[in-house]
Design a protein around this ligand. Structure first.
Ligand SMILES: Cc1cc2nc3c(=O)[nH]c(=O)nc-3n(C[C@H](O)[C@H](O)[C@H](O)COP(=O)(O)OP(=O)(O)OC[C@H]3O[C@@H](n4cnc5c(N)ncnc54)[C@H](O)[C@@H]3O)c2cc1C
Length: 410
């Protein structure tokens, strides 16, 4: 069947975790879905490749978790953050606070593996997936509602029609930009370099963050015995890395007093990929005939490593509203479903956005982070609670309540 020969109920633009999850959940809700991605899978995606313990709940629902747990992912028990002062924040997912995630561990999994698996799960649910299909523009009905997409493929250009277009096309979403919804945040403006090394010494089951005044680097074991290395620096440093990303990353690691010896005999195993700048947040995550999810809707900073969970959860959250919008009997009912989606997003993610911003402020200021590290290195319960929030199974309200926030002032 040629995808342009019919009018789809839903077209999903983008086949990352947000797009696959949205497509899979919409298909489960009985909708006819076509997913378009400009890439051919497996494709690389610069990412620290950690999936939070609660992310496993949605991976399990989609039928992807057993494959990952059968050896295609490493297991992470918590996080350790090294502040510029040298103080350490150590938090684990299994702790005394009484909250438990769907799994007690997070996963470290290469995006080539994860994203291809999720796309296959969407296909198995009945989604028609078209790779190497780059969406270039949206088409509008006379009413002003989105009613299709213009696509470029190796075979030429095509126009596909749909009752609903879901923009899951990442940080520089063409759907968000064409709708005038994209908004770059002025802060934090950061860029990242990501690669894999083999043979980094003393890697354990904790994800690691090493923060300096010049940015931070994350290390985590992923599948295939590789260590994911993700360096994030302010955009002002981007010029210095232009042209020689590998040299820039190597010099950064070599200048770090505790990391340099651990990398002394390590060998880089994959190309160094650059991404950014972030952050961005859409003014709202819908327009008549369209919805946004995943990074296309909002992306803040990779420090807390929650984008994949937000992408998976976003697809799950969106599906009932998408079904309602597609089946609406009037434009008013259609818009009412989409505004309800916006409210649900705020109710679901609002607390996390606030915690992310507080952590982002601390990471941007060595003074603040050193203070937080001093407090958290003495208050292990508080550190576990915070790591549980970043693991998506402790409600953000548990750290945002005044009594808990006051513990940071001690
Ligand atoms: C340095 C770094 C480290 C990170 N580390 C972590 C981490 O450890 N854990 C975590 O949970 N999150 C992490 N994140 C965030 C995470 O990578 C994202 O939040 C996640 O990938 C969002 O998924 P998505 O599906 O919305 O977007 P993406 O994964 O970016 O997928 C978007 C898809 O859309 C496709 N596309 C784009 N434009 C078009 C178009 N015009 N037409 C058709 N297709 C298109 C792309 O090919 C792509 O496949 C990190 C991010 C960065 C930058």
């Amino acid at each position: 069947m040629r995808p342009e020969s019919k009018r789809w109920q839903v077209i999903v633009v983008g086949g990352g975790p947000a797009g696959s999850s949205a497509a899979w959940h919409c298909a489960q809700a009985g909708l006819e879905v076509c997913l378009l991605d400009r890439a051919r899978f497996p494709r690389a995606k610069p990412c620290a490749e950690y999936v939070s313990p609660e992310g496993s709940r949605i991976l399990d629902a989609m039928g992807a978790l057993s494959t990952l747990e059968a050896g295609r992912a490493s297991q992470l028990t918590g996080m350790v953050v090294h502040a510029p002062s040298g103080a350490r924040i150590h938090g684990e997912f299994v702790a005394r606070h009484g909250f438990r995630g769907f799994r007690d561990r997070g996963l470290g999994v290469r995006r080539e593996v994860l994203d291809t698996l999720l796309l296959d799960r969407a296909r198995a649910a009945g989604v028609v997936v078209v790779e190497e299909a780059k969406v270039e523009a949206l088409s509008m009905h006379a009413s002003g509602a989105v009613d299709g997409v213009s696509v470029r493929t190796p075979g030429g250009r095509a126009h596909l029609r749909a009752a609903l277009v879901i923009g899951a096309d990442g940080l520089r979403s063409v759907v968000a930009r064409r709708l005038g919804l994209a908004r770059q945040s002025r802060w934090p403006r950061r860029v990242a370099l990501v690669t894999h090394y083999r043979g980094v010494e003393h890697m354990g089951t904790l994800g690691e963050m090493h923060v300096t005044a010049n940015g931070y680097v994350g290390l985590a074991q992923v599948n295939d015995d590789l260590t994911n290395v993700a360096l994030v620096v302010p955009t002002a440093r981007a010029r210095a890395m232009a042209g020689d990303a590998a040299g820039f990353l190597g010099a950064w690691l070599a200048a770090h007093p505790t990391l340099a010896p651990r990398f002394a005999s390590a060998v880089r195993a994959t190309p160094v990929r650059a991404t950014g700048p972030f952050a961005s947040r859409a003014r709202r995550a819908w327009a008549p005939g369209a919805m946004l999810t995943g990074d296309a809707a909002d992306f803040y900073d990779p420090f807390t490593g929650e984008g994949i969970y937000a992408a998976l959860r976003g697809g799950e959250l969106l599906a009932p509203f998408a079904a309602e919008a597609v089946r609406a009997i009037s434009p008013r009912a259609h818009v009412s479903a989409l505004t309800a989606y916006e409210r649900a997003r705020h109710a679901t993610f609002g607390g996390k956005w606030r915690v992310e911003r507080l952590i982002g402020m601390a990471v941007a200021s060595p003074l603040l982070l050193n203070h937080a590290a001093r407090v958290l290195s003495r208050d292990r319960d508080l550190a576990d609670l915070l790591i549980g929030v970043t693991g998506d199974f402790v409600p953000p309200s548990a750290v945002l309540r005044p009594r808990t926030l006051l513990r940071f002032l001690s």
